[in-house]
Ligand binder design. Sequence first.
Ligand SMILES: NC(=O)C1=CN([C@@H]2O[C@H](COP(=O)(O)OP(=O)(O)OC[C@H]3O[C@@H](n4cnc5c(N)ncnc54)[C@H](OP(=O)(O)O)[C@@H]3O)[C@@H](O)[C@H]2O)C=CC1
Ligand SMILES: N[C@@H](CC=O)C(=O)O
Length: 804
Amino acid sequence: MKILKFGGKSLANGKGVHTVIDIIGDKIKKGEKITVVLSARGNTTNELEEILEKARNNEGYQEQLKAFKQYQVSDFRDIAFDEEFENLDKLFEGVSLLKDYSKRIKDQVLSYGEVMSAKLVTQLLQQKNIKANYTDSRTLIITDGQFGDAQPLNTLSKENVIDHFGKYNGSTVNVVTGFIASNTKNETTTLGRNGSNYTASLLANYLDAEELQNFTHVDGIYTANPDLVPEAKKIEKLSFEEANELAYFGANILHAKTIIPLIEKNIPLRILNTFNDQNNGTLITSETNKKGIKSLSVLDDVALVYLEGRGLLGKIGIDARIFRALAHKNISVSIISQGSSERGIGFVVDADKAKEAKVILEKEFEVDVHQQDVSKISIDQEVSVISIIGQDLSTFHKPYNALIKNQVVPLLFNNTITGKNVSLVVKQHQLHRALNVIHGEIFDISKKINIAIFGHGLVGGTLIDQILQSRTQIEKRKDINLNLFVVANSQKVLFDKNGVDTEWKTKLKEEGEPYEVKDIIQFAKDNHLENLIAVDNTASIDFTKHYIDLVNHGFDLVSSNKIANTLGFDFYKKLRTELEENQKQYLYETNVGAGLPLIDTIKLLHLSGENITRIKGVFSGSLSYLFNTFSNEERPFSEVLQEAIDKGFTEPDPREDLCGNDVGRKLLILARELDLCNEFEDINIHNLIPENLREGEVDTFLSRLKELDEVFQNVKEDQKPNHVLRYIGDLWGDLSQEKGNLDVKLVSVAQSSPLGQVKGSDSIFEIYTESYGEQPIVIQGAGAGAAVTARGVFGDILRLAERG
Ligand SMILES: NC(=O)C1=CN([C@@H]2O[C@H](COP(=O)(O)OP(=O)(O)OC[C@H]3O[C@@H](n4cnc5c(N)ncnc54)[C@H](OP(=O)(O)O)[C@@H]3O)[C@@H](O)[C@H]2O)C=CC1
Ligand SMILES: N[C@@H](CC=O)C(=O)O
């Protein structure tokens, strides 16, 4: 015998009931022996409760009652509910006259939900020539007299059930009302929360069923609520013990008490989806999984109560007084946390009990408040509890750190000593993000990194394409899902919370909208996006003004833009302070030497105590290309410069390279990595642009490039034989002082020297240190170009993603 239990959503009007009839019909056809247990249909129980309240409060309930009746019969005109409707009318009338109702009356009213549901399904089955027998569970399950949450009297109930089922030879399906029962005085009682499931598991127990199949509207039990966590996965198998934990911590499919009758008889429970016959659901058995499962569950109808005060320190009996006072009023406390100093104790109660709990405690601690031993008794209603089931403390740092990194600071947390569960109380508005962050961290599924790209020119555009090309591979290899949720230029933004695709350029053009950076921050918040990174691929000083705001709102930063690192030292420090306070990171490896691993190397040498005494070299890829080519070939300077521009080596405004600012910035960035406090004004820069070409629009400058030819031809010809031109940066002096010397200049060097041998757009950096003496560490390679730079930015993004 299998027990099939169908929930309210499975039995709703429309597709629901008919699907249920088909499922039952199929089983009968296959010769399976089954018993069916039903909940009330759709929203029936809630509706009956609401009408009852209205009747008591003398609010017009007739209209809702009429709609309720229509719902029950609308799809099934030939089924008669006259008797049930008449009884309900009488009950509501009585309540409205008395302006009150007892728990006994409420149980009577609610019982009609299950009665009508079972009556309907029985008749629909009979219409299909299936032998079905309406079974009112009040004749079977006998309980104590606790209306609303009655406890079954097992011996009596079991006898009734065995007796009743003994009368059927197996070819008739008993269609049993769930949830309802009767006491020994033959009065209707109900079995409380999850009552229909309880009826089904009691029957399974009494009848030694081979399986209980619980048909719901979901595919099974998930690692988290899929409505809140899109990446949630279905759990194939669970042990009863684990299911019990899930039930206790709020998984809304089961209630702990419903599992006990199954455990007793070792009867498997399968959670199935009425509307998906292709799914095996979740199987719950006594078998324990060695690895253990992990799941996230949420209690959100809760409140946090907090008691604080200096007088609690070391005082004995405070906790006892709190819990005794609450227990006295039947208020149950679920999660408790107390500081070791005992200056405060926080705990969680059901939301609807919070105010009462506060009043009770205020009364209990009246004297203590007066004596200022207790300073505060407060409640916070806007909280949720997340329980990580299967999580022990040895690896708890992972989800915890991820939460902090995503600016979710739990208000309270506790763990079970013997089990493997940790519960956290978080602010309700952070629940969604918190769940996704924890889920991404504890499951073997990819961690989503939400990236906002600002600037999609040469570097930014290449970066987007590189990410879109490699993201599948990265997800496979690293379990990191790179989600580009924003692409923006100086005018417009394209939002897509699920990530832009290869059509991003067209979409940005057609669907892009004007924006301010705060809109992007808001979008991330509204969509509960976690692991946020803002990538600056602009050359804009204006955009850098938003860095601190972005950091304060949970974004890590990556930039190819060098401006933020070369603004005033005050800003430089402030940004780092904000980063530290928010536990955010800022990576900018491409600021010097494009994709070359320079900044990291310098940072490491410095951090490890290696004294760097000088850094010298060709810092600019574009000027390297320009002077390498111009020195070796007999071509006009303007022609080679145009080539460097066309190859994407220069800054958006090439005058930034030629005037020395770009090299100056790079030099300053390196100096600041060595903890020097130099300002941009401290740099001695040899500006290569003749004064008459320095001002004006970039286009005008580009149209006058030829005017540079004579100037540079003369410089070239003025050199010693076998010498070439190089534009270098040089950081020197006593670098243990507050400031170093920073020079940017055009020099003529022997072609045979290391600097003289640099080719193409290569940069070369000579790093002199105390240990390495006269022989510098040399880093050399492509110092400019969209592809290498974008790859470097990509590297920074991945570094952040992996650090998590
Ligand atoms: N090229 C190279 O080899 C290297 C470049 N870099 C750095 O990379 C950065 C980008 O260079 P590149 O790609 O050549 O520049 P581009 O001029 O090609 O692209 C700049 C992008 O930034 C956008 N932008 C400008 N201002 C803003 C703003 N305030 N807010 C949002 N978006 C803005 C532009 O949009 P719009 O079109 O609307 O103006 C454009 O999409 C520069 O900072 C450069 O120094 C670093 C290392 C090497
Ligand atoms: N314009 C820059 C690009 C990289 O920072 C250069 O030429 O080096």
